[in-house]
Design a protein around this ligand. Structure first.
Ligand code: AMP
Length: 116
């Protein structure tokens, strides 16, 4: 893991976060600047840079991330009303943290494509 990776430090408990779900390979916590009533970040515990770095061997952890999203949507009460999952990739998407993360956003109508 890079020494300066914010989400590695959050996974390690070196930087505080508000946990939502903690599994063997996946951790989920509340976004510090929520874009909607529900805004949770789902990350692999193992450092993966971003979508561009994904390998076939990462398939299992990706499935775990989506399973986590399904669980969180249910526990947050938005599984039926709907939500958005977003992976920002690179500059034009506004990516700021280079540790793979899924935004799970919902709890209000989100309009067109975008984080809401
Ligand atoms: P992205 O723009 O896709 O790279 O998303 C990074 C997200 O991390 C943003 O939505 C930030 O609000 C969020 N974020 C940054 N620092 C923290 C932190 N310490 N705890 C929780 N979320 C954070």
């Amino acid at each position: 893991m890079p020494d300066d990776c914010l989400f590695c430090k959050i996974v390690a408990g070196e930087i505080p976060s508000t946990p939502v779900l903690d599994r063997e390979n996946v951790y989920a916590f509340r976004d510090v600047a929520p874009a909607a009533p529900v805004h949770v970040l789902v990350v692999p515990k193992r450092h993966i840079g971003d979508v561009r770095d994904l390998q076939a061997a990462d398939g299992d952890v990706l499935i775990e991330m989506f399973q986590a999203a399904n669980e969180i949507a249910a526990s947050e009460g938005i599984a039926e009303t709907g939500y958005r999952v977003i992976f920002n990739v690179g500059r034009d998407a506004g990516q700021t943290v280079f540790h793979l993360h899924m935004h799970l956003v919902g709890g209000k109508p989100l309009g067109g494509v975008g984080p809401g």
